[in-house]
Write a new protein. Structure first.
Length: 147
């Protein structure tokens, strides 16, 4: 059985570390805003095993005029579960969640290697790629949720 459930920030670490912070200490898996009440963490489970994660933060980016924005961070799927549609399901789940709470825009910094994945889901790249220290090259991406 596969499903997406709300999880805690701490529960995300078991996926964040091997996928997003490989070789770095567990403390590197804690992101600013993880514990805010407005932050939501979701996990994709196969039976009882956590296979993928995604986090949503109520955070505005000055590149966008919308005042009701959420940022996706820490979207990751364990290696053995990649290429099975789990990442897309997590992103689309967050998109639906944001629509339900009347969010205008979702934005995030996508790793260069993932830009094509997000473009297939209707997100648009903004500006030129940039470097995030100790993480790598990223592109700002967004999607308007209102017409």
């Amino acid at each position: 059985m596969q499903n997406i459930k709300k999880i805690t920030a701490l529960e995300t670490y078991s996926v964040r570390q091997p996928v997003l912070r490989k070789g770095k200490p567990l403390s590197s898996c804690q992101f600013d805003g993880d514990e805010l009440k407005s932050t939501q963490h979701f996990g994709f489970f196969i039976d009882t095993e956590l296979a993928g994660i995604i986090s949503l933060y109520k955070k505005n980016n000055d590149n966008f005029s919308s005042s009701n924005q959420y940022q996706i961070r820490g979207m990751a799927v364990l290696d053995q579960f990649q290429k099975k549609g789990i990442g897309a399901k997590l992103v689309l789940f967050c998109e639906d969640y944001c629509k339900e709470i009347h969010v205008d825009l979702i934005w995030f910094n996508a790793r260069t290697s993932a830009v094509g994945f997000y473009e297939k889901l209707g997100f648009h790249k903004i500006g030129l790629p940039f470097e995030i220290k100790e993480v790598g090259e990223h592109s700002l991406m967004s999607k308007n949720l209102i017409d």
